[in-house]
Design a protein around this ligand. Sequence first.
Ligand SMILES: [Zn+2]
Length: 259
Amino acid sequence: MKLFDTHSHMSLIHDDHIEQLLLAQEAKRENVLGILSITNNIQDFFVVHENLKTASNIYYAIGVSPSEVSHPGRDWEQKVMQGALLDRVVAIGETGLDYEKKYGDKKSQIDLFLRQLELAGRLNLPVVVHNRGAGEDVLSILRDKLPSRGAILHCYSEDVAFAHKALDLNVYISFAGNVTYRNARSIQETAIEMPLDRMLIESESPFLIPSEHRGKRNKPSYLPSTLYHIAELRNEDPEKVADQVWENSLSVFGLTGKI
Ligand SMILES: [Zn+2]
């Protein structure tokens, strides 16, 4: 079985670079052969990219999360252009909209999101989209401005009806550990009903620990638990689900035939 963790905040699990390398190795032993390292700001991207450069199963996203809307950093767009040229950078993110945390105001969040969609188009990369309480705005913006390489709706937290609308676009839906939670009925329904060829999985570590590991700090090596849970929900063979989700991951990040 091969698994790809499409969203891990490795630098939030540990800030020590040796510990980060150990996380990558430990994940490999659990069949997590690819991990997308994601950061909320540009500065953290450059640090973690340096820290993990010897870890062959790590890929990177570069971008500015809505949490940073009031302080995206000087010349951040130029830095994204530079960072995107580094080894194994395969996506723009994390970006998106968060209306629950009320970072800045809606207008400035939307502006930051739009600028990154445009950068993704110029750099020919997909975008990793965070959406909390902003589904309708995310959808209408993506309908208009989706870059050609498409998007990942990460940590899916909407319902089936929303998924059907989103899947009219070139997007993948990524499930995190919360799909294993007992009260996550509408997320689970989406995981059951959606087409497998548009599905991804992620740890969103250090957050959203799968229920089987409750009480611990989440990390990429716990990802198999989410895969098995989804296969059980769908009543499908875990190997079959894993194979398709792995192919999807390579496809969205432009890695098909490369790993
Ligand atoms: Zn995240």
